[in-house]
Design a protein around this ligand. Structure first.
Ligand code: SF4
Length: 314
């Protein structure tokens, strides 16, 4: 928001891009763009981004977040779109030293190089501390009106926001699931087990408890009504849906290889998470097994303590 205002203040038309994947969505950025009356375009980059998540040349941050390569990819794609949107250069809100790994001087230079943009990439908030870019040298933008922010403190940004009357801005650092340890564990498990993943499988990582019950078999168990519905919606044609029918309980989704033993184990886990509150605890639960639109059968599964399955949880 601050970088956009800084460039727009020089009389330059600005188009904001949001690069969307299952790991981060555009809702908050859309609100910010609307509040600023800024032209806004969402570009889905899931496929290309997933390659970067699988094989980050510059490594990961604290979880599965490949921030340096992620920035470079986004700016590369922005660069590829320059002609089609009639733009002359790309700028970003990066601040020198704000993030120890992805925004140190070396990383900013590497990102400019690896994105292919090189001196067409402007960082207005720290421009006075960086080498002049082509838009500055050509006089398309005035370097002296750009800024010299650096370091981890966000105080200068907050003061600038105050001066620009921007009060409603996103909290720093939030919003990317790749920075979350639990989500990253589930993602790593999925990418290790599957050479080619579908977007719905990535979406599924956001809901439920996940169990790896075989090298090629996974079970996802809903934790509430909403998650049960999401799990049902995201089931693939070959996936098996399990549901406790003799007591209230979760919907569970079995994906991958599904031999009899694995289905029995999935039914036992589903039964273990079914409701026993206020009822006589019986030692079996009937669990319905459904594949695609077909009801397969109802299994009687023994009820175990949930703790017995903890070691399988991803
Ligand atoms: S936090 Fe997420 S979206 Fe942001 S640069 Fe890192 S990987 Fe990309």
């Amino acid at each position: 928001m601050l970088a956009a205002e800084t460039i727009r203040a020089q009389g330059i038309d600005v188009l904001a891009f949001f690069f969307e994947t299952p790991f981060f969505g555009p809702e908050r950025a859309q609100q910010s763009a609307s509040a600023m009356d800024l032209a806004f375009k969402v570009v889905n980059i899931t496929r290309r981004h997933l390659e970067v998540v699988r094989h980050p040349r510059s490594g990961y941050g604290s979880a599965m977040n490949p921030c340096v390569d992620c920035h470079a990819l986004m700016f590369r794609i922005a660069g590829e779109m320059l002609d089609s949107v009639g733009a002359a250069f790309v700028f970003t809100g990066e601040v020198l030293g704000q993030r120890p790994m992805s925004q140190n001087r070396g990383s900013l230079n590497r990102i400019a190089r690896e994105s292919g943009l090189r001196d067409l990439l402007v960082r207005p908030l720290s421009a006075k501390l960086l080498l002049p870019t082509l838009p500055e040298e050509k006089g398309w933008i005035q370097r002296e009106e750009l800024l010299d922010f650096q370091g981890r403190s966000r105080r200068p940004q907050m003061e600038l926001a105050n001066r620009l009357n921007i009060s409603d801005y996103p909290s720093p650092g939030g919003g990317c699931l790749l920075t979350e340890k639990g989500f990253s564990r589930r993602l790593k498990d999925l990418l290790t087990a599957r050479a080619d993943v579908e977007t719905r499988e990535l979406e599924l990582l956001k809901s439920g408890r996940h169990f790896r019950i075989g090298p090629h078999t996974k079970l996802v168990v809903g934790r509430n009504k909403l998650e049960n519905e999401i799990i049902q919606t995201l089931a693939g044609e070959q996936d098996i849906l399990l549901k406790s029918v003799s007591a209230p309980g979760p919907t569970a989704l079995l994906s991958g290889e599904s031999s009899g033993d694995l289905i029995n184990m999935a039914a036992a886990i589903t039964a273990a998470y079914s409701d026993t509150a206020g009822q006589d605890v019986s030692d079996v639960r009937d669990v319905s097994i459904r594949q695609g639109a077909r009801d397969i059968r109802v299994l009687s599964a023994p009820v175990h303590d949930k703790a017995e399955f903890k070691a399988l949880m991803i």
